[in-house]
Design a protein around this ligand. Structure first.
Ligand SMILES: [Zn+2]
Length: 386
């Protein structure tokens, strides 16, 4: 069977009903966008990762989330010597985290031939940033942004332990710098290989599984609404929105392997669609919130934002969000809980207004006819009033 035939069949399955863990291993490729990453679906993620590395990159360096330590599945990685155990409880890696790991590696006699991120979005982003910063002389904060013309570092491999972030595919390493949260955006930070085993998210807390899928859903919703996204990205997002909606329309209290497989599919689509696509208003507003509160997880920030954007996402994004929270018995998150108050509005408004590409994405070329300081600060006023 040739690839295009297979693609078509897989999509029919995806539109028609659920994707089971059984289907997952044979489902590749379920995306249309050309991605930089080789996706390897697996039922023994840790075993397959280590076996492949021993063939292709015999001197790997692991960056692994500390929270995985009690889980026996990850013991073979914790037992290795070339690793950095990372406390990923902050919402994004800080630029100085990148600098400390690169300093550590520069002191080694031999450079690793792969940097392997094992964890959720923050850990994968740290691995991505460490790889590229190893090959470039300045501190990580100086590379936050676009078009920096950077050298390529060691290959990046990832083993996601949480679905929804899309970080397993994207050419972005989001960092919290001394001044702002902004990614290193460079094709060379896209992972070369992602080994994806849905069973590895079994140990993740419901809070994380739920909110990372919410972010995934928002990415898809925003890209399908975007006026500047490539057609393939919009199609990947349409599939991704359907799948994420299906996952979030059920109670996620208990880990379920079939839901995990669907989440993994939606997550890769979130990454693939963001390569040619662009999110919109909801993410623009969330960046202001994130800059105002260093402990606010990105996935919660976008949820708070959506709950204030009912008029803008009146075609279902807002109603779905309310429904998903209810089904899962989760209270609507508020900015207040994360220490964001009225005094933050001017700063948040300035941050959000600077996200020109995202406003353009949602409203089109004439976005300035709709969006100004007042438009944005009114949204923040409604957010802090709750
Ligand atoms: Zn997001």
């Amino acid at each position: 069977m040739n690839i295009s035939q297979r693609k078509k069949e897989v999509r029919v399955t995806m539109h028609g009903g659920t994707i089971s863990y059984e289907d997952f291993n044979d489902a590749r490729p379920w995306w249309r966008t050309r991605i930089f990453t080789e996706i390897i679906t697996s039922r023994d993620g840790v075993g397959d990762l280590l076996a492949l590395l021993s063939e292709r990159a015999p001197r790997p360096f692991f960056i692994i989330d500390e929270i995985l330590k009690p889980q026996s599945a990850f013991a073979p990685i914790f037992a290795r010597s070339g690793k950095y155990v990372y406390d990923a409880s902050h919402s994004e890696p800080r630029a100085r985290d990148v600098d400390s790991v690169t300093a550590l590696l520069r002191n080694e006699r031999e450079m690793p031939d792969a940097i392997v991120g094992v964890g959720g979005g923050a850990t994968m982003d740290l691995a991505k940033a460490v790889s590229i910063c190893l090959a470039n002389p300045r501190p990580a904060a100086e590379y936050q942004g676009y078009g920096m013309d950077m050298e390529r570092g060691p290959d990046i491999w990832v083993l996601p332990t949480l679905a929804g972030t899309g970080a397993e595919v994207t050419p972005i390493a989001v960092l919290r710098g001394p001044e702002k949260k902004l990614g290193i955006n460079d094709d060379n930070v896209a992972p070369k290989v992602a080994v994806i085993d849905p069973a590895l998210s079994a140990g993740a807390r419901k809070f994380n599984r739920f909110f990372s899928m919410m972010d995934c859903y928002f990415h898809h919703r925003e890209i399908t609404r975007s006026k500047t996204s490539a057609p393939d990205a919009a199609l990947d997002s349409r599939d991704g929105a359907d799948i994420a909606r299906r996952v979030l329309s059920r109670d996620l209290s208990e880990f379920d392997i079939d839901k995990a497989a669907e989440s993994a599919v939606a997550s890769v689509l979130g990454g693939s669609s963001s390569i040619g696509g662009r999110v919109g208003v909801n993410h623009a507003i969330s960046y202001g919130l994130s800059n105002a509160s260093p402990h606010l997880p990105h996935s919660v920030a976008v949820t708070i934002s959506m709950l204030a954007c009912g008029d803008i996402y009146s075609d279902g994004g807002f109603d779905d969000t309310v429904k998903f929270l209810e089904i899962n018995g989760i209270a609507r998150p508020t900015a207040r809980e994360y220490g964001i108050f009225e005094s933050h509005i001017p700063g948040m408004t300035k941050t959000a207004l600077g996200m020109e590409k995202l406003w353009h994405s949602h409203f089109g070329e004439n976005w300035r006819d709709t969006v100004d300081e007042k438009f944005i600060s009114d949204i923040y006023k409604s957010i802090v009033s709750i």
